[in-house]
Design a protein. Structure first.
Length: 461
C-alpha cells in the first residue's frame, strides 16, 4: 500500500507517494519515453547519480537535478507590428518546441513571438513514444500539460484575441484537441481526423481567446505544419518543382509543382534533436552547434558561448562531416574508437550508425520522390530546409555527410519555422491553404524496392 513521502527537489519539497517513479513528479526530459535507454534524465538521489525514469520512490529522498534550460529556437518571424484592437494568435505546436505569435490584423504584422519547450517532452522525445504513452495511459495528460503551457504563453503575451490558428503534425494536433492518437501508431496508421477543425476555445480549456481553428493535414505523418510551410513557400514557376524538407524529431519530404505533388515521411528518428545520440542535446545553452577539424586541431562554437555540454543537430552534422573528411570515419561509417570533441563530450561509433540511418532516410526519400514524379535535378527550382536549426546548418557539411544531394546544394534555402511563418501568412493574407492538403499525395516508401536499394547505397559516406 502506498504512503505519503517527502521528496525534496533542489531544496523544494514536492509531495509524492511511495511506488511512484521519480520522473513522474519531475519536469524532466525522457527522450526514450522512460525506458532507461537514453540516459538523458540523470539526477542525483541522496548524492548518488541515477536515472529518474527508473528510480521508484520508497521513502523520503533528496533530489538534485542538473541544469534545465529552454530551447533556443529561431522562428524566422519578424516582430514589426504594434498592439492594436484587432488581434489574432498563430500557434505552431512542434514536437520539441512551441511557438506563439501575436498578429495585428489591422497592420497585417506580427507584434510579438514567444517560444517554449513542448512540455510533452517528459513523455518522450518523438511522436512514437507519445503515441505509445497515449495507448498505455490516455491522451488526457498529454492534452492537459500542453494546454496549460499554451495558456501560460497567451497570458505572457498580455493580450486577448478572437481566434487562434494552430498548425502542428498530426499527432500533436490530436493531443491538442484531446483526441486519442493511438491509432496513428499501429497499422494501418489511421488518424481520427486530418481535416480542418474549428471549435470554441472554452471547450478545450484555452484562455485569452474565443475561437480555435486548426489547419488541415495531408496524411498521418505529414501534417498541418507541412501544409502551412507549403503555403508560406508558395507554388513554383510552371514546369518547375520545389522541395520542402522539414528536419525535426522526424523528417518530412515534399516534392511539388503548381498543380500536384508527392510527400513522404522519412524515418529519420529524433537524431537531429540529439535524442538518440550519446552526447546529443537540444539547442540549449552549451550545445555545440558548429565544429571544424583542421590538421588535427578542433574548434567549435556553442550556443550562448558557454562551456560545451553536448552536441545539437547542426553540430552533429559538422562533426560527422569533419571526421569523414579527415579519415577518422571511413566510407562505411567505421570508426576505430569513440571521438572526443571536448572533455566528456564525445561521438560514439553507435552515434555514427544512428546518423547514417537518419541521413540515408532523408537522402533516399528525396531521390525516390523524384523518381516517382519523373523529375530530374534540373527541374527543381529550390530546396527548402525547414526546422529550428535550418538557418545555421552548414550546407557543405550536410552534403559531405550525405544528408542532402550535392546536385541541390546551391538551391538550398533555410526557412527556420516554416509552419509558424505559414500560419502567420495565412492569417494576414488569407487564400486557399487547403489546396495543398488536397493536391499533395502521400507516398509510402516502406514497401518500395527502389527506396530500399537507395537506402543501402546512401548509408555510405
Amino acid at each position: 500500500m502506498s504512503k505519503q513521502v517527502k521528496v525534496t527537489v533542489n531544496g523544494k519539497v514536492v509531495p509524492a507517494k511511495s511506488g511512484t517513479t521519480l520522473s513522474d513528479i519531475l519536469n524532466i526530459d525522457k527522450p526514450c519515453g522512460g525506458h532507461g535507454t537514453c540516459g538523458k534524465c540523470k539526477v542525483k538521489v541522496n548524492g548518488q547519480e541515477t536515472l529518474a525514469c527508473r528510480y521508484v520512490i520508497e521513502s523520503d529522498i533528496e533530489v538534485e537535478t542538473y541544469e534545465s534550460t529552454e530551447l533556443v529556437s529561431e522562428t524566422g518571424v519578424t516582430e514589426s507590428g504594434r498592439m492594436t484592437d484587432n488581434l489574432c494568435f498563430a500557434l505552431d505546436i512542434g514536437t520539441t518546441t512551441l511557438a506563439l505569435a501575436l498578429v495585428s490584423l489591422d497592420e497585417k504584422k506580427v507584434v510579438r513571438v514567444l517560444t517554449a519547450t513542448n512540455p510533452q517532452r517528459v513523455f518522450g522525445a518523438d511522436v512514437i513514444t507519445r503515441i505509445d504513452y497515449c495507448r498505455q495511459n490516455s491522451v488526457k495528460e498529454l492534452h492537459d500539460v500542453l494546454i496549460d503551457e499554451i495558456n501560460r504563453m497567451i497570458a505572457e503575451m498580455g493580450a486577448q484575441a478572437d481566434t487562434i490558428y494552430v498548425s502542428a503534425n498530426v499527432t500533436m494536433l490530436h493531443t491538442f484537441w484531446g483526441v486519442d492518437c493511438s491509432s496513428i501508431g499501429v497499422a494501418p496508421y489511421t488518424p481520427v481526423f486530418l481535416e480542418r477543425k474549428e471549435s470554441s476555445a472554452q471547450r478545450i480549456r484555452l484562455r485569452g481567446v474565443k475561437k480555435v481553428i486548426s489547419i488541415p493535414s495531408i496524411a498521418s505523418f505529414v501534417g498541418a505544419d507541412i501544409v502551412a510551410g507549403l503555403d508560406f513557400i508558395g507554388e513554383p514557376d510552371d514546369r518547375k518543382y520545389n522541395l520542402l524538407i522539414d528536419l525535426g524529431t522526424n523528417a518530412e519530404v515534399v516534392l511539388y509543382s503548381n498543380t500536384s505533388g508527392v510527400a513522404t515521411a522519412a524515418a529519420a528518428g529524433p537524431c537531429f534533436e540529439g535524442a538518440n545520440i550519446s552526447c546529443g542535446m537540444s539547442a540549449t545553452k552549451g550545445a555545440i552547434y558548429a565544429f571544424q577539424l583542421s590538421e588535427g586541431h578542433a574548434s567549435y562554437k556553442t550556443i550562448a558561448d558557454e562551456k560545451p555540454k553536448g552536441i545539437c543537430g547542426t553540430g552533429l552534422i559538422d562533426v560527422i562531416s569533419e571526421l569523414v573528411n579527415n579519415g577518422i570515419i571511413d566510407e562505411t561509417g567505421y570508426m576505430e574508437e569513440d571521438y572526443t570533441v571536448f572533455e566528456n563530450v564525445y561521438l560514439s561509433r553507435e552515434d555514427v550508425r544512428q546518423y547514417q540511418l537518419a541521413k540515408s532516410a532523408v537522402h533516399s526519400s528525396i531521390l525516390a520522390l523524384m523518381k516517382t514524379e519523373g523529375v530530374g535535378f534540373e527541374d527543381i527550382a529550390n530546396m527548402y530546409i525547414s526546422g529550428g536549426f535550418s538557418a545555421k546548418m552548414n550546407v557543405i557539411n550536410a552534403v559531405n555527410s550525405g544528408l542532402l544531394p550535392k546536385e541541390l546544394a546551391h538551391k538550398m534555402v533555410g526557412l527556420n519555422n516554416s509552419s509558424l511563418q505559414g500560419t502567420v501568412k495565412y492569417i494576414c493574407e488569407g487564400g486557399d491553404i487547403e489546396r495543398f492538403a488536397n493536391m499533395i499525395k502521400y507516398v509510402d516508401l516502406s514497401s518500395s524496392s527502389y527506396f530500399s536499394e537507395l537506402f543501402m547505397e546512401n548509408m555510405m559516406f
